[in-house]
Structure formats: C-alpha cells, structure tokens
Design a protein around this ligand. Structure first.
Ligand code: ADP
Length: 173
C-alpha cells in the first residue's frame, strides 16, 4: 500500500475509483464535479439521476463510463459555515464512507480530490488534516485492502499543504 500525491486533473487518473466532490443532487455542478461529468460523458448523469441524491457526509458509487477510472465514488462534502455546524465531522465521514464503499467493492486504488475546499469554502489545511487522518486510520484497520491511495490536488499551493502534512504524519509517498 502506498500513498501518492498528484498535482493535476483527477479525471485523467487510471485508478479503480476517483472520488467526486458532488452536491446533494448528484446531477453535476462546477469544479471537479463538472470536470468529472464532462469527461465521463452523459451516461454518468443518467445513472446519477437514478440514485436520488446523496446526503452530506455520505457516498454513492457509479461506473466511470468514458473515464480512465473504472468507478466514480460521489460524496457530498459540507459547506464551510465557520466550523460550528459539524463541518469537520461531516468531512471526515465523507472520507470514511468513500473508503467503505471501495472496500465493499474490492476497489484497490482510490483517488481523492480535496473535498469541500473549492466552492464549499472549507479551509484547506484543516480539510487536508482531516483527509489524511481519516484515510490513514481506515487504512490501518484494513491493511491489505488497498494498493494505492492518491491525493489529487489542483493547485501547487494545495499540493504543498498536503506534502507538508503527509510528511508530518509520516505518510510516505
Ligand atoms: P467543493 O464544492 O466540494 O468545494 P470543488 O470542485 O469546488 O468542490 O473543489 C474541490 C477541490 O477540487 C478544489 O481543491 C478544486 O481546486 C479541485 N478541483 C477542481 N477541478 C479539479 C480537477 N479536474 N481535478 C482535481 N481537482 C479539481
């Protein structure tokens, strides 16, 4: 099992599943969600329509259609409202539920974007710490389940935040 830190477009990654930072409708939106829907093609929206939305903190899975990734795990991060509305707990639950779905479906490589840190306004360093802690805790308990977990950042400054915290937490990459 290895961690990989990538700077770039998550829609280009050939992994068992990429994670989508979706909204509760699951019908597509801006940011990474829009990029994933564009790259996957219209079948993704058709399939998502049948899922009936998704609660904040939860996750649902679809095929990847035209994406190089076999599956998309759609999760809905919390909108940052200052920290008093359990945003941290909800973000942690996004990461756990994504990995639980991957585990249940035998998916061995998963790539995460930085959930909630774009339009939803979650402070990046706080979000990164939650992401790394939740993933590391899950991987510790399910030691043989995964080959690779990718953190895919979309800006060099986010990548630098992840790099420093990964080193601090001893997550070799
Ligand atoms: P949210 O609504 O959860 O904040 P956004 O899509 O607005 O979701 O942003 C989440 C993160 O995804 C941000 O760091 C943003 O820069 C990043 N992002 C946007 N497009 C892509 C992409 N194609 N690949 C990877 N990350 C992306």
């Amino acid at each position: 099992m290895r961690y990989r830190l990538v700077l770039g477009d998550i829609t280009r990654l050939k992994v068992d599943a990429i994670v989508n930072a979706a909204n509760r409708t699951l019908l597509g939106g801006g940011g990474v969600d829009g990029a994933i829907h564009r790259a996957a093609g219209p079948e993704l929206r058709e399939t998502c329509r049948r899922l009936g939305g998704c609660e904040t903190g939860d996750a649902k899975m679809t095929p990847g259609f035209a994406l190089p990734a076999a599956h998309v795990i759609h999760t809905v991060g919390p909108v940052w409202k200052g920290g008093g509305r359990d945003e941290e707990g909800l973000l942690a639950s996004c990461y756990r539920n994504c990995l639980r779905l991957a585990l249940e479906n035998g998916l061995r490589s998963v790539a995460f974007p930085s959930i909630s840190t774009g339009a939803y306004g979650f402070p990046v360093e706080k979000a990164c710490r939650i992401a790394l802690n939740e993933v590391a805790a899950f991987v510790d308990v399910h030691a043989d389940a995964f080959d690779e977990i990718v953190f895919c950042c979309f800006s060099a400054s986010d990548r630098d935040v992840y790099r420093v915290l990964m080193q601090e937490l001893g997550l070799a990459f």
